[in-house]
Structure formats: structure tokens, C-alpha cells
Design a binder for this molecule. Sequence first.
Ligand code: UD1
Ligand code: CA
Length: 459
Amino acid sequence: MIMRWIMNKKLKVIILAAGQGTRMKSKVPKVLHKVLDKTMLDYVIDASLKVGAEDICVVVGHKSMLVKKMIGDRVKYALQKEQLGTGHAVMQAGDFIGDEGSVLVLCGDTPLIKAETIKEIFSYHTEHADSATSVSFIKEDPTGYGRVIRSSEGEFLRIVEQKDGTPEELAVKEVNSGVYIFEAKVLKEALSNLSSSNAQGEYYLTDTMEIIKNSGEPVGVMTAKDENEFLGVNSKLDLSVATKALVKRINEYHMLNGVTITNPENTYIGQDVSIEADTIILPGTTLEGKTVIGTDCVIGPNTQIVSSEIKDGVNIKMSVLMNAYVDNYTTVGPFAYLRPGANIGEHVRIGDFVEIKNSNIDDGTKVSHLTYVGDSDVGKNVNFGCGTVTANYDGVHKYRTTIKDNAFIGCNTNLVAPVTVGENAVTAAGSTINNDVPPHALSIARKRQVNIDGWMDKK
Ligand code: UD1
Ligand code: CA
């Protein structure tokens, strides 16, 4: 609905992300710092995509190759070789702006912006038939932000930056969010009139608002309600404030959808995670990437799940899962590690100190303790004794191990791949199996025990 509405209006988006972010005191460009599992820039791009932006251009500069590599080709890029200010940054996207339609400008360091709000700003802009609309909010401590200066009648006059303001101007608590919508032609015209005669010697995008107003075009400032949403992250301290606010927002969303979160303050759920009602998330749990969790699960405590799919009624305790799939009513942990390609069936038991990688484990199988299963295809109702290892790697190549339905793998068995254990076969404890075991056979591959009578007495 929202998407179609904006698509009809053709909205282009420019995201400013060329700055180093000196105040972050980091070798990593500011916009690549993460809030939960995504970079700040990702959030801004995702919000733009969610409203159905026609086209997105990210202005890159400081370590631009790195930024492009991290963000990929879902957006276009413009290069700002030297960071001469936010206005100068937008100038670099001149070709992208074109001559028609509206252009939304966002900053790559405001990760909390919501798609719904962008829509609201766009409605405001269209309803007022403004040539330029900026967004302000009220901040008790406005330090660092540009201040919105109005006449005594409340009419917008200009935006004054922290470093340029008089004490009187700096006392103003209405601040500039760094979010704007311009009509393309008007923006281009205003950019060509920008000057850098200010305290920082920069071309400020904020000055375009005053320029456009003074040229007689209609200009609007929409005052937003939620100050959190426009939090500009300039330091690691700001980053922690943004993280806290996002954690609260996301966890509240899930709880209102019927998910139980025992301690929302130390439960970290990424924006792209989905969880069905009646699942319980215990303290110390981190859910990341495009993780999908079904209903009636108990997850945690102290569990990390990245980009995995968990079906219904699953119990995962103190474990780490990466790109794994876990089917209904399976239990995992404590202390299990499911690595990429771990594909676990229904009613499976994955116990303590078990690592599974690139393997299919079919329904009803038990891998209860101290076991490594890599590059394997395991059938139904197989029982792994404690301490089983699949030796899948000869130093050059990796090979698969196949274990058929109902096999019983004795404790401390080494399975040297490529190897197959047949249906209903048994391997004796302590065996090193490097030849296939036929179905229903018992395979013993270890030296026989020798008892030497009276050995201690002779010693
Ligand atoms: C800017 C605004 C300020 C506003 C605040 C909101 C200006 C002059 N000031 O200040 O009014 O209150 O955001 O958060 O616009 N960037 C470039 N190229 C540059 C400079 C900056 O791409 O040459 C990018 C940065 O990477 C960043 C964004 O623009 O993502 C904002 O720059 P930043 O230096 O953080 O501006 P603020 O001082 O926070
Ligand atoms: Ca900023």
C-alpha cells in the first residue's frame, strides 16, 4: 500500500555517507559501524527500500571502496573525493538528482529512522506543496545539532550549526534532523548558490533551506514527535544510545506480538528476525540476520542464532547456530555448535559439546554428547555414542560420511570418510571405521584387549 503510493510519486533518495566520522575515533568509516547486526547505513537503505524508493544513491568518500564492498550493489553510488560538507556531498549526486520529481536526503548516521516516518514526511511535503521540507525535533540537550531558527511569529528562517551559532541561537532546542525532501530542480539551483563562508569552511546542506526560502519558494519544517528516531550517531557513546533505543523498539514489537522475552534489556534481536507468538526467549540471547523462529520454542539462555530457520516447539539452550535449519520438536544444547549447512530434522536431540557442519541429520536421531559431525548424511533414528568423530578432511579434500537409518554408532568411533555405515548396522565402541559397514552388521575395528595376569606382583 505505502509502497505503491510512493512509487506513483517517484521518490529518489540520496544518502550521505562520505564522512570519516572523526568523533568515532575509529579506523572504520562511521556509517559502517553496526547497531545490533547491521551497519548504520544498512538501516537507512532498508528504510528507503521499504517505502518503495524509486532509486537510491549513496554518496561515499572516506574509504569508499570498503563502504561499497560492505553495502554491495543494491544502491547506486556517487563519489565525494574530498569531504567539503553535506551540501558539497549532495552536489556530487547532481546527475542522479535530475530535473524532475522529489529527492529525499538522509544521513547515513541516523540508523533509527522508520519507513512510516519517511512516508509521513513525504505526505507533509506534498500536502503543503513545498519546494523543500526539512524535519526538526525537540531535544532537551541540543548540543551538536543544527538549530532551527524561527521568527517571533514562528516562521522558519534558517538553520544554524553548532559551531556558527550565537549563544542565543544555541539555546534553541528545536534541532535539524538531517532529513529533507526537495523538488529536484529547486535543489540543484540552491546547491549552485551555496557558499562555504562559515566556521567550518564547508558547504552546508542546511543553508539550502534558507536559500530556497529567500528565492520565494515555499519551504516547510515538519516537527517530528519521536526524537529517538533522528538520533545522529557521532560517537561510540551515541552508538550505544542508538543500540539501546533499537533494542527497546524491536523487543517491544515482538512482545506485543505474543513473544515472551524474560529480560528485554539483555536480549538482542535484529531488525530482520521474525518470531512467532508463544515462543519464549530467555536472557542473554542474540538473534541475528534473517533468522526465522516458529511458535512454542524456548530459546536461550545465552544463545546466539545467526541467519537460521527454527521451526516449532524447538528448544535451544546455551548454543551457537549459524546458517542452520532445525525442524520441529528438536532439542539443541547445552553448548552445541550448529555451523553453516547443519540441517537438522524433527525430534532430533543434539546434546552437549556437539558440533555439526554441512550435514543432514534426519528425524529421530540422537547425537547426545561430545561429537563432531561434518559433511555427513545421517538417516533416521541413528544413535551416536559419546565422542564420535567424522574424519572428513585429509588435509586436501573433504569427503562425506553416510550413516543409514537406525544405525548405532558406538562411543568413541572415528568414521574416516568417505565411508558408509549401512542400515541397522552397529560400530563397536572405540572403532576407527574406514571401510563401509554392511547393513545389519557389527563392525569392530580396534585391537583386542590383552590382560596380563599377575603383572603388578612381578613388578
Ligand atoms: C548534520 C547537520 C545538522 C544536523 C545533524 C543531524 C549539516 C551542515 N549539519 O550535522 O544540522 O543537526 O546533521 O544529525 O548538514 N557527510 C558527507 N560528506 C561531507 C560531510 C558529511 O557525506 O562532506 C555525511 C556524513 O558521512 C554523515 C552525514 O553526512 O553521514 C552528516 O554529517 P555529520 O558530519 O555527521 O553532520 P553533523 O555535524 O552531525
Ligand atoms: Ca551527524
